[in-house]
Write a protein that binds this ligand. Structure first.
Ligand SMILES: O=C(CO)COP(=O)(O)O
Length: 249
């Protein structure tokens, strides 16, 4: 396996001053450490262009947090995958549980966005994961199976992020055995859906990942990396994750 990938999802955070502070710390790290684990930052749309100018030709890659299904047109307030590609993004997070909840994004819509992202040359990071109620009523495998079937298009070239909703932003990540169980379940489903290609899709975990739990999380079999929220805004902590990822191959 390759080194785990670390993707920082800033969510709706990062005014200019904060963004500059984080990016300066990342750049200082990259000056001292060459060839570290793949690291992606996904700031809000408003910072993409500015940040790309700073991280160009560094080991960091840029990602966005959503895109529209259409390439362009009369969609006031929206951003297309082509626009993200145009400002230098390589990745786009799609179907995050916060969007699924707030905007009622369906699996079908997430699948269409995934196709749009792929058509524009972006790597989609498709988020799936069950709610607390779905876990407690033991429905989580059905929910995850449905999300995989419905949110991933017929041809899929991207990453899958397992983010149990109940572990996001709570400070308490899921237990390692629970993560491990779901990661191998997702792998089974991907292989059933895509054959050989399904073996290659990186599967990430997200939900209260921190410097003090990431080592155990990286050790989970088949885990391709982590999707990090809160800690991605604290450069010292985020960079600790990057350093710890170095030890894994
Ligand atoms: O939602 C997440 C990343 O997309 C996880 O957020 P936290 O790391 O803050 O729990």
């Amino acid at each position: 396996m390759a080194k785990p990938i670390i993707i920082g999802n800033w969510k709706m955070n990062g005014l200019s001053e904060e963004a500059d502070h984080i990016v300066s710390a990342l750049l200082a790290y990259a000056e001292k450490n060459k060839n570290f684990a793949p690291t992606v930052i996904c700031p809000p749309f408003t910072q993409l262009y500015h940040i790309q100018k700073h991280i160009k030709n560094t080991p960091y890659a840029l990602g966005a947090q959503d895109c529209h299904v259409a390439e362009k047109g009369a969609y006031t307030g929206n951003i297309s995958a082509a626009m993200l590609k145009d400002v230098g993004a390589k990745y786009v997070i799609l179907g995050h549980s916060e969007r699924r909840a707030e905007y009622k994004e369906s699996n079908e819509l997430v699948s269409q966005k995934t196709i749009a992202a792929q058509n524009s040359g972006l790597l989609p990071v498709v988020c799936i994961g069950e709610t607390k109620e779905e876990r407690e009523s033991n429905q989580y495998k059905d929910v995850i199976a449905n999300q995989i079937k419905g949110s991933l298009p017929e041809q899929f070239n991207g990453l899958v992020a397992y983010e149990p909703v109940w572990a996001i932003g709570t400070g308490a990540s899921a237990k390692n055995e629970d993560i491990a169980e779901v990661i191998s379940f997702i792998r089974e489903k991907l292989v059933a859906q895509y054959g050989e290609n399904g073996k290659k899709t990186p599967i990430l975990y997200g939900g209260s990942v921190k410097p003090n739990n990431v080592k155990d999380i990286f050790a989970i079999s088949e885990l391709g990396g982590v999707l990090v929220g809160g800690v991605s805004l604290i450069p010292e902590d985020f960079l600790q994750l990057v350093t710890i990822a170095q030890d894994f191959v």
